[in-house]
Design a protein around this ligand. Structure first.
Ligand SMILES: Nc1ncnc2c1ncn2[C@@H]1O[C@H](COP(=O)(O)OP(=O)(O)O)[C@@H](O)[C@H]1O
Ligand SMILES: Cc1ncsc1CCOP(=O)(O)O
Ligand SMILES: [Mg+2]
Length: 279
């Protein structure tokens, strides 16, 4: 156990915590089963590998009984949901492993909203979405076209903070809303992580990739999902900041972000991670 309960959670504490969790991911290489959308498979698997985790894109229902119990965490993402994948998602989420949900475009259709709500009833450890997704889930409603942009957010993360708290309280999950500031809440405490660069929104599936990283961090710290999720979001954002220093646009940022995630060292993480408990 670390001494966080006795120590004030100041920026230095968060920096040490983020480095410690990344180091444990690198040392243990947690196996993360990913049932994720077709767009995100490559970047999510590469982000997990660069961070030191071990991804496995295994989505057949027939493999869940043998495979899922041997995983350290499960990642479910509804981005390219179809009826035949939903039973695998339900089964993997019910296998007793820590698991994380990415409710991509939750308000796209009644089918998708119902699927997300049904999955949330299966006790995810963390739900991570953008602001529009978290607002829709908390309201349990399919969006009007004027307030909907598919997988992208039309809202700022701060707009969804109260919705995130309500969803956390109703579901028992830690809820993370990503954006310029990522907010992470268990319904009572709220933590803000403010690493990252706006260009990350211009690479498809960066949200999916950071949710996969949250699953890896939860795998090594299942008893404190709030801290695990905050540290994963900050680490991913920091890799984006460093990657941006050598990038000309989204395509080169995608490459440099993954390289930066792989190369992060103690000095960089402890001095540049920006996480703070919100008042
Ligand atoms: N304006 C921004 N400034 C800095 N980082 C951002 C910004 N918007 C998104 N990010 C980062 O990009 C990643 C993806 O978040 P986001 O775009 O909100 O998710 P999604 O792709 O699911 O819509 C997260 O790591 C988030 O912190
Ligand atoms: C574009 C798209 N369409 C279905 S899933 C997907 C990827 C969404 O990724 P993210 O939520 O990280 O932007
Ligand atoms: Mg998303």
């Amino acid at each position: 156990m670390d001494d966080g309960a006795k120590e004030e959670r100041n920026p230095a504490w968060w920096g040490r915590r983020a480095w410690s969790l990344l180091s444990v991911v690198r040392a243990r290489a947690p196996l993360v089963q990913c049932i994720t959308n077709l767009v995100s498979m490559d970047i999510a698997a590469n982000a997990l590998l660069a961070a030191g985790a071990s991804p496995a894109m295994v989505h057949s229902l027939r493999e869940v009984p043998d495979f899922t119990p041997r995983c350290d965490a499960v990642y479910v993402n509804v981005g390219t949901l179809s009826e035949d994948w939903l039973p695998s998602m339900r089964a993997a989420a019910s296998a007793g492993r820590p698991w994380v949900l990415d409710p991509v475009a939750a308000a796209a259709s009644g089918f998708r909203m119902e699927a997300c709500l049904e999955l949330i009833a299966l006790w995810p450890t963390v739900v991570r979405g953008n602001a529009s997704e978290i607002l829709a889930l908390a309201a349990r409603s399919v969006a009007a076209s004027s307030s909907f942009k598919g997988a992208d957010s039309l809202h700022e993360s701060v707009d969804a903070l109260e919705a995130a708290k309500a969803l956390a309280l109703s579901s028992g999950a830690v809820v993370a809303v990503s954006g310029a500031v990522d907010f992470i809440t268990n319904g009572e405490q709220v933590v803000g992580a403010s690493n990252g660069v706006p260009m990350m929104q211009k690479i498809t599936a960066t949200g999916c990739a950071v949710t996969a990283l949250i699953a890896a961090f939860v795998a090594v710290e299942p008893s404190d999902a709030l801290v695990a999720a905050a540290c994963a979001l900050a680490i991913f954002g920091l890799a984006g900041e460093i990657g941006m220093e050598s990038s000309k646009g989204p395509a080169s940022l995608r490459m440099h972000l993954i390289d930066a995630l792989y190369c992060l060292d103690e000095e960089t993480v402890t001095s540049r991670v920006k996480i703070a408990l919100q008042p």
